[in-house]
Ligand binder design. Structure first.
Ligand code: IVH
Length: 667
């Protein structure tokens, strides 16, 4: 390659060419070169960029690969709320919507845009000066999670706009989804690794985008369809239809199945046309979104707290079918909860054969009036595990289901706490519970022991090789080789993975213990706050509650867990196995005063009350009005009154402005 300028020119040319082919392939579904030719272009670009790292820019097509995993997501406020939509479940509710729109606008007829309702999760992509700068999930609508690194790996999300859209922050909001084929591929892969299946494309899309490791996102072919243009927090056009065209011209994938509808009747025709056809689409749709086309009218109609008045989601009826309940089985989960499950005569529902449906608990069976042998209506609402909606006809030889009084797996007496709906097996050694505990311990987000799936765990527990999760660390290759379906190579690999899990950070170990109410997030918080498992185990309820997000219920569960000698023994065995039971105490991300509570009283020498509050909050602290034992400091100025006396009575430290400044500066 000639002069450095020559390299720069070739890199620029390659990028343009790759971008053009990506657009043809991922957005327009009209590739003009083969995958192999595309790969050659990418490889060449990467080679040149390796030669000249100074020329690598974040918007280069080579940079979609997905960087390093992160510890957590940063929460970001949306430029304007990302609201949800109200639903209409039938023609009448849709007509009500149209009537309201016409009444509120005073117009005899309003033009709508009808689009498919895509079944994924919504995402806002921000562009500054034409470059992708940020990707934020919907979150609670006000604040979402920054998933930029992950979103960069979505090929139909342009890193660079193909055409300029004037404005400061140009935002394309839309839906991230997976095709049915891609979902099937991912599930096949997961089955091979003995990982649980994703129940539907929406869960799979969420599980692929909201992961800390962008390489996982990159390995799944997610798609992004844009359906809303927001420029500096406002609509980026005069009409929605135009906004969609603008998005398309800027390089986004915009769903082609959309229509301008002069009135409600035209909307109805669109709905009916797609009701049957939607099953032929490569991705799932659960309805049609109807939006007022004219943004001036949208503005006039406004919003309720939850949803815009200018749009509605028409939902197709959930997919239901009739079948017979052949039996009711009882499953035992990790915490010992017994869940009744209906075993059904297999029946196709929306293209999937269903043979089991959850019945949640004993009360639910009573509520349904269900007995074994009954004919029932079941429903798959795109969502999770199918459920029984109602009994359609009692079976001729129906017989009532009786919750077993002993655990179906280990035979121990089951109990039901007065305030709980669930029956529980109280035997902590119950093989069913043990199996679930080991699976939880080994799962990806916990100790991440790849290769330790259900089939293997069943064998390990049934043969008595694993009586506790700590036994995993004593497994020998010869023992593994005696198991069915485990060859030399996979046994060695499994042992390596078990060994590697010893390095998992403390938060994961805590999560792995399976303390009630202590999941991934709380476990990480506890690890950072206390810095060692021993300290958590010996902490009082009051000390536990000092940790962020830990309230009385969680504190009690933790206390109860470590009060059990068997659990303390488990911790000791894990220590001997070489797991990380210590870590550095982290300062939570909020700032030097995170977790501390202040009460202000009197007049401070230089800071106003508002300024002091703002500075404390900016440093992660909290300001409250009443002094209690939980108050970290009372900041007192001139003419302090009763709060000062109360602080002294409770032994809460009293500081002045100078000391406050000291704390604020101690970042
Ligand atoms: S517009 C304020 N258009 O459905 C209006 N949403 O039930 C914002 N969705 O949160 C949404 N397809 O995730 C719009 N063509 C479409 C859509 C769509 C799917 C999702 C979106 C939204 C949810 C509301």
């Amino acid at each position: 390659m000639g002069t450095p300028d020559g390299v720069a020119l070739e890199i620029a040319r390659l990028r343009r060419e790759i971008e053009r082919h990506e657009h043809l392939y991922y957005v327009l579904d009209r590739p003009t070169i083969s995958d192999a030719e595309y790969d050659t272009l990418i490889r060449r670009l990467k080679e040149l960029e390796a030669e000249r790292p100074d020329l690598v820019t974040p918007d280069s097509p080579s940079q979609r690969v997905g960087g390093q995993p992160r510890e957590g997501f940063v929460r970001v406020r949306h430029t304007s709320p990302m609201l949800s939509l109200d639903n209409a479940f039938n023609a009448e509710e849709l007509a009500d919507f149209d009537r309201r729109v016409r009444e509120l606008t005073g117009l005899p007829q309003v033009e709508y845009v009808a689009e498919l309702k895509l079944d994924g999760l919504s995402l806002a992509l921000h562009y500054s000066e034409g470059r992708l700068t940020r990707a934020i999930t919907r979150g609670d609508g006000q604040i979402g999670e920054d998933v930029t690194e992950n979103a960069r790996t979505i090929r139909s999300a342009p890193l660079k706009l193909a055409r300029e859209i004037p404005g400061g922050i140009v935002e394309a909001r839309g839906e991230v989804l997976l095709t049915r084929a891609e979902l099937a591929r991912i599930n096949r892969e997961r089955a091979a690794q003995e990982q649980p299946q994703f129940a539907n494309p929406r869960n799979a899309a969420a599980g692929s985008l909201r992961v800390l490791d962008p390489r996982i996102t990159a390995s799944r072919r997610l798609e992004f369809f844009a359906y809303q243009l927001v420029v500096d927090g406002r609509p980026g056009a005069t009409h929605h239809w135009e906004a969609l065209d603008t998005l398309g011209a800027a390089g986004f994938k915009v769903n082609p199945h959309r229509q301008r509808c002069a009135d409600l009747e035209a909307v109805g025709a669109f709905l009916r046309a797609w009701e049957a056809q939607r099953h032929e689409l490569p991705y799932e749709t659960d309805g049609v979104v109807v939006k007022v086309n004219d943004f001036a009218l949208q503005q006039r109609l406004g919003w309720t707290a939850k949803a815009p008045r200018w749009a509605i989601a028409f939902k197709y009826a959930a997919q239901q079918a009739s079948t017979t309940v052949l039996d009711i089985e009882v499953q035992v989960g990790r915490t010992g909860v017994l869940t009744p499950v209906a075993v059904l005569a297999p029946v196709p529902v929306g293209g999937v054969t269903v043979s089991r449906a959850t019945l949640h608990n004993e009360d639910e069976i009573g509520r349904l009036g269900l007995e074994i042998g009954d004919q029932v209506l079941i429903e798959r609402s795109g969502d999770v595990i199918p459920k029984v909606v109602r009994v359609e006809a009692p079976g001729e030889d129906r017989r009532p289901f009786v919750m077993p009084s002993t655990c179906p797996v280990c035979g121990t007496q089951v109990v039901r706490e007065p305030e709980e709906v669930a029956w529980r097996c109280v035997n902590t050694d119950c093989p069913a519970r043990l199996k679930e505990s080991v699976l939880h311990f080994a799962s990806r987000r916990v100790m991440n022991i790849d290769g330790l799936g259900e089939v293997l765990v069943n064998q390990l527990v049934d043969r008595g090789l694993v009586k506790s999760v700590s036994d995993l660390y004593g497994l020998k290759k010869e023992q593994l080789l005696e198991l069915d379906r485990l060859a030399e190579k996979s046994a060695a690999k499994l042992l390596r993975n078990i060994d590697a899990s010893r390095a998992a950070p403390l938060g994961r170990v805590i999560n792995g213990l399976g303390i009630p109410f202590v999941g991934e997030r709380t476990a990480a918080i506890l690890a950072g706050h206390f810095g060692s498992l021993a300290r958590i185990a010996s902490a009082s309820a009051a000390e536990l509650e000092q940790a962020e997000e830990v309230g009385p219920r969680i504190a009690e569960a933790i206390g109860g867990f470590f009060a059990e000698p068997r659990n303390r023994a488990l911790v000791e065995r894990l220590r001997q196995a070489g797991l990380q039971l210590e870590q550095e105490i982290t300062r939570p991300p909020g700032g030097p005063l995170e977790g501390q509570t202040f009460v202000l009283t009197g007049t401070l020498p230089t800071l106003s009350r508002e300024e002091a509050t703002a500075q404390i909050e900016a440093a992660g602290g909290k300001v409250t009005s009443a002094v209690s034992k939980k108050t970290s400091y009372v900041v007192a100025g001139a003419d302090s009154g009763s709060k000062l006396a109360k602080a002294e009575a409770l032994g809460v430290p009293v500081i002045g402005e100078d000391e406050l400044q000291g704390l604020l500066g101690a970042g």
